[in-house]
Ligand binder design. Structure first.
Ligand SMILES: [Cu+2]
Length: 641
C-alpha cells in the first residue's frame, strides 16, 4: 500500500494497470506497453496532501498496437478500478523497449539474407555478432519507411564468446528493420573495411593479463551504523529531507527536498531529475551520420538502470532501494539495488588554525543518492549529493566503451575522431544531459536572476582598477528564457524568493553554479538541433506546468521537430514571483582520447546548487566534530606552523 502520493508504482500496481487495460480496452497480444509509471498528482494537489489523507493512485501508460502502429496514452485509476482516459496520440512513435532490443537481435541472427551478407564478409559464426538496434530522427529515415516503427542496426562482432562486441565494429553494414513485424526492410552494404587487429578487450580474464596486486585493503566502517534514516521513501540526514521516486524514463527522481533550519522545514526543490539526454555523434561518415541518441526519451534511464554491487559500485554502509519498471507486456520487472544511499567522508568541511588556540576543523560528510545506467556500450553513473553546508551537487560519470570504427588503410586518419587503435578511430561526440530542477526556494513564488561579475573602469573612485561588483538581470518572462554561460563575467543564476529575506534583508536564494556547460556547435538547420533545440543553451527557465515534463517533447522517438521547450516558452509566461522550473543543460564535449580505449576511465562532470543568502550564516557551524585518530578532539593544541 502506497503511503504517499509520490511513491512509485508497486509491482502489483503495474499488474493491476495492465489487467484493467486488458479488461476495459481490449488490449490483446498485438499491443505492447512502452511505459507504465505513476501518474503524478498535480503539484498543487501533492502540496495540499497531508498524512492521513487518502492516497490517490493513478498510473499513466503508453501503449502501441504493433498491427496498426497506433499509439495511445491511458490513465488508470487504480483505486477506482477503471480507465480514466484512453487517448490516441496521432503521428507519434512511442519509446523503444528493452524487449524489442532483444527481439531484433534474435530475429536477425536467423535471417538468411543477413547471414549471407555476413558470410560474404567471412563472418561465419553469427553467434559472435551483436545486432545493436538504434532509433533515429525522421529526417534520417528513408522516405518510404517514415510511417513505420523503424530500427537501424549497427553490427558488432566478438572475437571470442567472452570478448566484447564493441571492440569490432562491422563497418559499412547496417540493417533497417520494422520493429513491429521484425521484417528486414533494407540491408545497407556500403563498404567493408574488415576487422582490424585491435587491442580492444578490457576484461583481464579475456586479455589473459595480470592485474596489479599492490593495493592494500581499504575498508570503510560505520560501527554504529549510518546517520540517515529511510522511512517509506523519505530520506532524512543532517537537516536534509528528500523523497525518492523512480520511473522508466528519468530513473531516480528526488522530490520535496527540504532543509530543517533550526526547527523550521524550508523548501528548496519540489522535484529534480534528468529529463532528457541527447548524444549527437559529430561524424558525417556512413557508419555514424544518423547517430543521435536520445537516451532518456527514446530508451529510458529507468529501463537501463543496473543493479549495484556492494564493495564494487558502493563502498561502506549502504542502504539499497529496489526499483520497478514494466516490461513490454506490462509485467513488473524488479531492478534489485537500483538506488544506493550512503554517506561519504569528503575531506575537510571547514578549518582554521589559530596561533593561540590551535586548529578547529570539521570533516565533511555527504549524503549520496546514486544510480548507474548502462545504455548499450556506455554507462552513466549518477550521483546526487547533499552536504551539511546546504550545497547540492549533481555529478555524472561517463564510462564504458566508446563507439569506434575501422579505417580503410593503414596510416589513414579521420578529422572527426581520434585514432585509438590499429586502423581504428573513435568519433567525436557530445553528451547533453538536461536536468529538470523544479526549485521552490522557501515556497513556490520565486524569481530567477542572472548574476554577472563586472569590473568598473578605472576612475577617480577606482584609481587602481580593483572595483568589482555584481550586476543582476531578472529573467522576466519565458521569451528571455534561453540563457548562455559567460566565462568573462563568471555568470551564475540565482533563484530567489522575492517575498522572503534573510537576517540582513536580502532575498533568500540558491544559486545554480553552471558546471560543464557546453556549446552545441550545431547549425540550427541540423536535424538533431531541430528535434532538440533545448541543447543550444545551458539554461532555460519556464513557469511550472504539470504537463511540461520532457524538454525535447513527450515523444522524441523518430521526431522531426521540437515539441518541448520551444513550444512551452511560446506563450511568454511571466516568470517573476512565480513557480519557476530550471532546465539545466550540461554535458561532456567528448573529443575522444587514446586513453579512453579500450574502456573509458570515468569522465566526471557536475553542477552545483548552493545556498546564497538562504541561511543567516554558515549552516554547518554546528556540524559534529570527530575524534582524531589519537583519540583527542579535533583541535590539537599545537597544530599549525
Ligand atoms: Cu563520450
Amino acid at each position: 500500500m502506497a503511503a504517499h502520493p509520490l511513491d512509485p508504482l508497486s509491482p502489483t500496481e503495474f499488474q493491476t494497470t495492465a489487467a484493467i487495460l486488458r479488461r476495459d480496452q481490449g488490449i490483446t497480444d498485438s499491443w505492447r506497453f512502452a511505459s507504465i509509471e505513476l501518474k503524478e498528482p498535480a503539484k498543487a494537489e501533492v502540496k495540499a496532501w497531508k498524512a492521513g489523507d487518502p492516497v490517490p493512485r493513478r498510473s499513466l501508460s503508453v501503449l502501441w498496437d504493433r498491427q496498426t502502429n497506433q499509439t495511445y496514452e491511458a490513465v488508470v485509476d487504480l483505486i477506482g478500478d477503471r480507465v480514466d482516459s484512453w487517448t490516441e496520440q496521432p503521428g507519434v512513435c512511442a519509446n523503444f523497449t528493452v524487449d524489442e532490443y532483444h527481439d531484433v537481435d534474435h530475429a536477425l541472427h536467423e535471417h538468411p539474407d543477413v547471414l549471407a551478407r555476413l558470410a560474404a564478409r567471412g563472418i561465419t559464426d553469427p553467434s559472435l555478432v551483436l545486432f545493436d538496434v538504434w532509433t533515429y530522427g525522421k529526417a534520417m529515415m528513408p522516405e518510404q519507411w517514415r510511417d513505420r516503427r523503424l530500427g537501424w542496426c549497427d553490427l558488432w562482432m566478438r572475437e571470442t564468446p567472452k570478448g566484447t562486441p564493441y571492440a569490432h565494429p562491422i563497418s559499412g553494414l547496417k540493417i533497417i528493420v520494422d520493429m513491429n513485424t521484425l521484417e528486414v526492410l533494407e540491408i545497407e552494404d556500403h563498404h567493408d573495411y574488415g576487422l582490424p587487429e585491435v587491442d580492444g578487450e578490457y576484461d583481464p580474464r579475456v586479455r589473459g593479463t595480470q592485474e596489479r596486486t599492490d593495493l592494500k585493503p581499504l575498508e570503510i566502517s560505520q560501527p554504529e551504523g549510518v546517520s540517515f534514516t529511510l522511512e517509506g521513501n523519505e530520506v532524512r540526514w543532517q537537516n536534509w529531507s528528500v523523497r525518492l521516486g523512480f520511473n522508466y524514463r528519468e530513473g531516480p527522481v528526488l522530490y520535496q527536498v527540504a532543509f530543517d533550519d533550526q526547527g523550521t522545514r524550508r523548501d528548496i526543490a519540489y522535484r529534480m531529475s534528468f529529463a532528457e539526454m541527447v548524444v549527437p555523434y559529430r561524424d558525417p561518415g556512413f557508419d555514424h551520420y544518423r547517430r543521435t541518441a536520445f537516451d532518456i526519451g527514446e530508451w529510458g534511464l529507468g529501463y537501463m538502470t543496473t543493479s549495484l554491487e556492494l564493495g564494487c559500485d558502493c563502498l561502506g554502509e549502504i542502504v539499497y532501494v529496489d526499483a520497478v519498471v514494466p516490461d513490454s507486456r506490462g509485467e513488473p520487472v524488479i531492478i534489485p539495488r537500483a538506488i544506493c544511499l550512503h554517506e561519504e567522508d569528503n575531506a575537510v568541511l571547514w578549518k582554521h588554525v589559530d596561533s593561540e588556540t590551535g586548529a578547529e576543523v570539521r570533516r565533511m560528510r555527504r549524503m549520496v543518492v546514486s544510480a548507474h545506467v548502462t545504455v548499450a556500450n556506455y554507462e552513466y553513473l549518477v550521483y546526487w549529493r547533499f552536504y551539511q553546508d546546504g550545497n547540492i551537487e549533481c555529478e555524472v560519470r561517463a564510462t564504458g566503451l566508446m563507439v569506434t570504427t575501422p579505417m580503410q588503410s593503414d596510416g589513414d586518419s579521420s578529422p572527426y575522431g581520434t585514432t585509438v587503435d590499429t586502423r581504428t578511430y573513435a568519433p567525436f561526440h557530445q553528451h547533453f544531459i538536461i536536468a529538470k530542477l523544479d526549485l521552490d526556494i522557501d515556497g513556490d513564488e520565486n524569481t530567477v536572476v542572472e548574476v554577472d561579475s563586472v569590473a568598473a573602469p578605472v576612475s577617480e573612485d577606482n584609481p587602481y582598477g580593483l572595483a568589482l561588483s555584481t550586476h543582476s538581470t531578472t529573467i522576466e518572462a519565458e521569451s528571455q528564457s534561453a540563457r548562455n554561460f559567460n566565462w568573462e563575467t563568471q555568470r551564475v543564476w540565482k533563484v530567489i524568493n522575492p517575498n522572503k529575506v534573510n537576517r540582513y534583508g536580502s532575498n533568500t536564494g540558491y544559486k545554480l553554479v553552471p558546471g560543464a556547460a557546453i556549446p552545441s556547435l550545431l547549425d540550427p538547420s541540423s536535424p538533431v538541433y531541430q528535434r532538440a533545440p533545448v541543447i543550444a543553451h545551458p539554461l532555460w527557465v519556464t513557469a511550472h506546468d504539470d504537463a511540461e515534463r520532457w524538454p525535447a517533447g513527450d515523444y522524441p522517438t523518430q521526431s522531426s521537430e521540437d515539441s518541448g521547450i520551444t513550444r512551452w516558452i511560446a506563450d511568454d509566461a511571466p516568470l517573476v514571483g512565480t513557480d519557476v522550473v530550471l532546465w539545466y543543460v550540461f554535458g561532456i564535449h567528448h573529443i575522444t582520447r587514446i586513453e579512453d580505449w579500450p574502456i573509458m576511465p570515468v569522465d566526471i562532470i557536475s553542477f552545483w546548487l548552493k545556498p546564497f543568502g538562504f541561511f543567516d550564516q554558515n549552516p554547518s557551524l554546528d556540524a559534529p566534530s570527530t575524534m582524531s585518530s589519537t583519540g583527542g578532539h579535533s583541535h590539537p593544541e599545537h597544530a599549525g606552523r
